[in-house]
Design a protein around this ligand. Structure first.
Ligand code: IPM
Ligand code: MN
Length: 361
């Protein structure tokens, strides 16, 4: 199989974690005899500076012609006041829409070695293993009309969902639950929002096609609290776009660091893989970022786009082994003075464990 991967390092810590992820991809490729055809392209603030636009047509063309797309991060405070079309985030949203990746899988698992690394009590969080299925190409992020008028001092966004949009992402959640612990929690605000009432009705309909799966509905405010108080109760968490954005960052805190979380955006065929953390401008260029979210995103790419299950499992095992050995990036230690690895050193450690093969781990 010719595995053509478009690589979009992007902004902030994006390039650093992308280098880290590619190092591990190279190691797994050598170990299993795969060649990956990597095509770098510009996106985000980096692309604005190079080409004047955050999603150059050449980048979009390259993505549409690839077998998978890997993205580091977009976001640059230099463009905070720029019009929407010139902001880095706009490129990512346009790309998600163009690729039709309507289902964003965001697994959040507490690695045993990290049960005391986060801010929450280990007895509350240990064993956490949940996966968000976040709707990614609808809702407030895309709804029209939208506007900001500083003359009148008014702004408008539109929250709109269609039956078909809810149904297709719910299908992804129920299929995923079948491979996991068979529970779907559907998150909404049906006590207030019409879109949420539609969401509930359609999710119930989909659930009737999956008799083996237990469905529960939860309001988003209650869900936010339950993720902090009792994260183990969740298996698959199905949410609309904005709720999923917010709750997945919260889950980052539960498992020890947002830097650990990977994601896969799936839909009409082509997959887009990116860590959840974003560009983290304050960490950029310092080689201190946690590359594990990016590295695990590569594992998700191998699994979901290429069907390379044991290769994906090897990467995950190497991450677990590195953490078991005590390897930590700065976000995972209590004090900056505590021993920790740089971004690139963590990547080398994990790549080394991949190259050592299962017996040495
Ligand atoms: C994420 C990010 C993006 C989002 C931004 C960068 C547009 O926060 O992937 O979670 O809000 O979806
Ligand atoms: Mn986010």
């Amino acid at each position: 199989m010719n595995k053509k991967i478009v690589v979009l390092p992007g902004d902030g810590i994006g390039p650093e974690v992308t280098d880290a992820a590619l190092l591990v991809l190279g190691a797994v490729g050598r170990q299993h005899g795969h060649q990956f055809d990597l095509q770098p392209a510009e996106i985000g603030g980096a692309a604005v500076r190079q080409t004047g636009t955050s999603l150059p047509p050449a980048t979009l063309q390259a993505c549409l012609g690839a077998n998978a797309v890997f993205l580091g991060a977009v976001g640059d405070p230099a463009y905070d006041l720029a019009p929407r079309e010139q902001r880095p985030e706009y490129a990512l949203l346009t790309l998600r829409k163009a690729l039709g990746v309507y289902a964003n899988l965001r697994p959040a698992k507490l690695w045993p070695a990290l049960s005391s690394a986060g801010p929450l009590k280990p007895e509350r969080v240990s064993g956490t293993d949940l996966c968000f299925v976040r709707e990614l190409t609808g809702g407030l992020y895309f709804g029209e009309p939208r506007s900001l008028d500083m003359r009148t001092g008014e702004a408008l966004n539109t929250l709109r969902y269609s039956r078909a949009e809810v149904e297709r992402v719910a299908e992804v959640a129920f299929r995923l639950a079948r491979q996991r612990r068979s529970v779907v929690t559907s998150v909404d605000k049906a006590n207030v929002l019409e879109t949420s009432r539609l969401w509930r009705i359609v999710v119930d309909e989909v659930a009737s096609r999956y008799p083996g799966i237990r469905l529960e509905h939860m309001y988003v405010d209650a869900c936010a609290m339950a993720i902090a108080l009792d994260p183990r109760r969740f298996d698959v968490v199905l949410t609309e776009n904005l709720f999923g954005d917010i709750l997945s960052d919260e889950a980052g805190a539960v498992v020890g660091s947002l830097g650990l979380l990977p994601s896969a955006s799936l839909g009409l065929g082509l997959g887009l893989y990116e860590p959840v953390h974003g560009s983290a401008p304050s960490l950029a260029g310092k080689n201190v970022a946690n590359p594990i979210g990016a590295i695990l995103s590569v594992a998700m790419m191998l699994r979901h786009s290429f069907g390379l299950m044991s290769e994906a499992a090897d990467i995950e095992a190497a991450v677990g082994a590195a953490l078991d050995e005590g390897a930590r990036t700065r976000d995972l230690v209590a004090n900056e003075a505590d021993a920790h690895l740089s971004c690139s050193a963590m990547a080398q450690r994990i790549a080394g464990l991949v190259a050592a093969g299962p017996r040495r781990r």
